[in-house]
Each structure stands twice: as structure tokens, then as C-alpha cells.
Write a protein that binds this ligand. Structure first.
Ligand code: SF4
Ligand code: SF4
Length: 389
């Protein structure tokens, strides 16, 4: 059977479902194509980004969920600037990514967090209070410290090991495992349905480099006219990955009471990762303060909370480091506890269900699109059915 001719049903509830995830108002769109002409990421497509909006407006739920286009969009906003109907395709694509993220998550938690500020804030605060309880409990019952000594007894960092290693591995690896556990579901939704052509396994292997390459370089974003945006985004992502790698593989080396000279590689690696993250954050906040870029004109609640949490995590880490080197052991101890209380909910909630999940979804979508493209090139002509939309 030719691919793409299975009947599709219109779902009248789809629009309302999508709007639970943010602003989605392209109803004035008359398919003029100005957004397609303005977008630097269009490639060979003549329907990007309009096709996704069309699926949503027509209630074509299955086609929308199979669609990977929203992950190609890099949120620059050029399309919204030229849209004659003020349909704001950038914001619609942003909302579609949130909608799709919820479809990919088999736990159902992403759906609740992405729809509701109360759920999102509540989960962050709940995790923060649990971490506070764990820290207090650790000192009271594991270390055997009297409550009255909390404010007066200076501790080094070494006393936390080896428990701190297990804790850090759990907090970083659990969200990563959760994210990668969705890969099969995403494959099934976007590549494995009846409507999809069967793709030989060899193509998945041959195109696997796309996933790695896009994860490391985010090269598609370089096509955006605002070159500085790619640099800021890439530096922040690289800094975060470098910092997480340090925490997973070299925590004991970094969280130590040893004081190293300024030229020591342990210090420079930490400073490099911190500097990269700070550069990316400065770029985001400068853009928001100036509010000149279209991208910053409308943001979801979660998009605002994420950089704030990252700033608080970075500055509490810098403060703990500074107090340690200046000999303020007690203040360092409290600051480190605060650092953990902020960083843990950010990692558990954001990486598992929020903004950070696009670090896995976007390269995966580009990889699947590359596989689809190769499969289409190899398919017999009779199998290729032009898309009607
Ligand atoms: S520019 Fe606006 S009206 Fe034209 S196709 Fe794009 S979203 Fe629709
Ligand atoms: S926001 Fe930018 S990348 Fe996304 S569809 Fe519009 S022009 Fe293209």
C-alpha cells in the first residue's frame, strides 16, 4: 500500500487541548507563505512552518503528533515579524513543542507541569523542601550532630562522601534515563505508525551521526541570521554539559577541602564551565531587558523560571567556592546546602519534564527527519505520495 493514504479523522477537541499548553492563535492564517519565505531553516520544504499549524487547525491529531517540524524551529521570530495576519507562528510553534513534549512523556507528569503554573511551582518547591529535609536529617541522624550546633559548627565538604556521590548520580542520571526512556515512544509516534514507510535498520545506523552532530554543534541554529544567539545558546549548553560531566565523573576531585593554586586545572575546568554558562545567561537576560528580539516578546512561565533557577544555582555555587577559598567554612557549608536545594529541583523537574528536554528531543527529531529523507530518496516512486496540506 502506498504510504500516506490512510484515512484521517478530524478531532474537534485538538485545538482546545493545544491551547492548554500556551498561546496558539493562528486562526487568521490564510496560508500566504510569508512565514515560509522568511524562515532560514525551511530547507527544501514549501510548507514549513505552516504545515504544523494547519494540522492543528484542521484537528488532525495523529498527523500533528507524527510531525517533527516544531523541533526544527529555533524560535527566532522572523516569521512572526512578517506575518500579515499577526498569527504569530513563532509562538504557535513554541506551544506545539510543549504539546508534543507532553505526548512524548509516558508518565503523564509533563502534561500536568506544562499546563499548570501551580503544578510546576508546586513540584519545584516540593522537591526543594524534600532536599532541605534530607540535608537536616543527614546532619541530625547520620552525622549525629546536635541541632543547637547547626549554626556554630563549621564542616568541610569531605564529610559528605560517599553519600554525596550517590545523591549526585541519582539527581543527574535519573532525569537523563527518564528522557532517553521516551526515545522508543517518540520513535513509535513519529516513525513507527501505519502511515509511515518501513525504514530499514541500516538507515538508522547510517544516519546516527546526525544525532551526535546536532547534539554537539546545534548547527541548524547557525542558519539563523542572529549569529550571536547561536553562540550564547551553544556556550550555555556546553557549560551545562561540562558541569554535569564534572559532577558525574569527578565530583570527589571538585568537592574537596583541598585548596588548589589558581593555575591548577581543577580550578580552571570549573571556571571554564561556569564562564560558559554565565555568558549564555548574560545573553538571555540582556535580550530580555532590551526586549528587542521577537523571541523575548512572549515567553511561557517555565521559560522565565528556568534561567532564574540557573542563575541562582550558578551564583550559590560561586559563593560557596569563594567562601571556601577565603576560609569561611561555616558560611561555605550553608551556601553549599542552599546550592543543593536550588540545583536539585532544577535538575529533577526541568531536565526531566521542562525546558531542558529539548536538548534530547531536538537532535532526535533532526535525526529521524534525516532518516525519513534518506528513506524517501530510496523508496520506489509509487510509494511517494505528495502531501495534500
Ligand atoms: S505568514 Fe502568517 S498568515 Fe501567512 S502563512 Fe504564515 S502564519 Fe499564515
Ligand atoms: S521562529 Fe524562526 S525558525 Fe521558527 S519557524 Fe519562525 S522563522 Fe522559522
Amino acid at each position: 500500500m502506498a504510504v500516506g493514504i490512510l484515512p484521517v479523522q478530524s478531532d474537534p477537541t485538538l485545538l482546545a487541548d493545544i491551547r492548554r499548553y500556551g498561546k496558539f492563535d493562528p486562526t487568521g492564517c490564510y496560508q500566504c507563505g510569508s512565514c515560509t519565505l522568511s524562515c532560514d531553516l525551511v530547507g527544501d520544504s514549501v510548507t514549513f512552518p505552516r504545515r504544523s499549524l494547519r494540522f492543528a487547525l484542521l484537528g488532525l491529531r495523529q498527523l500533528l503528533v507524527e510531525n517533527l517540524d516544531p523541533w526544527v524551529c529555533h524560535d527566532c521570530g522572523d516569521c512572526s515579524l512578517v506575518c500579515p495576519r499577526q498569527s504569530e507562528p513563532r509562538i504557535s510553534m513554541l506551544t506545539l513543542r510543549r504539546f508534543l513534549s507532553a505526548q512524548y512523556d509516558w508518565t503523564g507528569i509533563a502534561s500536568k507541569l506544562l499546563q499548570s503554573k501551580a503544578w510546576y511551582l508546586g513540584s519545584l518547591l516540593s522537591v526543594a523542601f524534600i532536599v532541605l529535609f534530607l540535608i537536616v536529617g543527614y546532619h541530625l541522624w547520620y552525622v549525629g550532630m546536635a541541632a543547637k550546633d547547626f549554626a556554630t559548627t563549621p564542616f568541610g565538604l569531605d564529610h559528605m562522601f560517599p553519600l554525596m556521590t550517590y545523591y549526585t548520580l541519582t539527581v543527574i542520571l535519573a532525569p537523563l534515563l527518564l528522557l532517553f526512556s521516551r526515545v522508543f515512544r517518540i520513535w513509535r509516534l513519529t516513525m513507527g505508525g501505519e502511515r509511515q514507510a518501513r525504514v530499514p535498520l541500516s538507515l538508522y545506523v547510517l544516519e546516527a551521526w546526525v544525532y551526535v552532530y546536532q547534539s554537539v554543534t546545534d548547527s541548524l541554529m547557525r542558519k539563523c541570521p542572529q549569529k550571536g544567539r547561536w553562540l550564547g545558546h551553544w556556550m550555555m549548553a556546553s557549560g551545562v554539559v561540562m558541569m554535569l560531566t564534572i559532577k558525574v565523573f569527578a565530583l570527589r576531585w571538585f568537592q574537596t577541602d583541598n585548596l588548589y593554586p589558581l593555575y591548577h586545572p581543577q580550578r580552571w575546568l570549573g571556571y571554564l564551565a561556569t564562564g560558559l554558562i554565565l555568558y549564555g545567561l548574560a545573553d538571555i537576560f540582556a535580550g530580555r531587558l532590551r526586549a528587542q528580539k521577537e523571541i523575548y516578546k512572549e515567553s511561557s512561565f517555565q521559560d522565565l523560571i528556568f534561567p532564574i533557577l540557573l542563575v541562582l544555582t550558578v551564583f550559590s555555587g560561586i559563593a560557596a567556592h569563594t567562601f571556601r577559598y577565603d576560609g569561611f567554612a561555616l558560611t561555605c557549608h550553608f551556601m553549599y546546602a542552599l546550592h543543593i536545594i536550588i540545583a536539585t529541583p532544577m535538575l529533577l523537574v526541568e531536565m526531566s519534564f521542562g525546558k531542558w528536554s529539548h536538548m534530547v528531543y531536538r537532535p532526535l527529531a533532526l535525526y529521524f527527519l534525516a532518516v525519513k529523507e534518506k528513506a524517501a530518496q530510496q523508496a520506489p516512486a509509487a510509494e511517494v505520495v505528495p502531501h495534500a496540506l
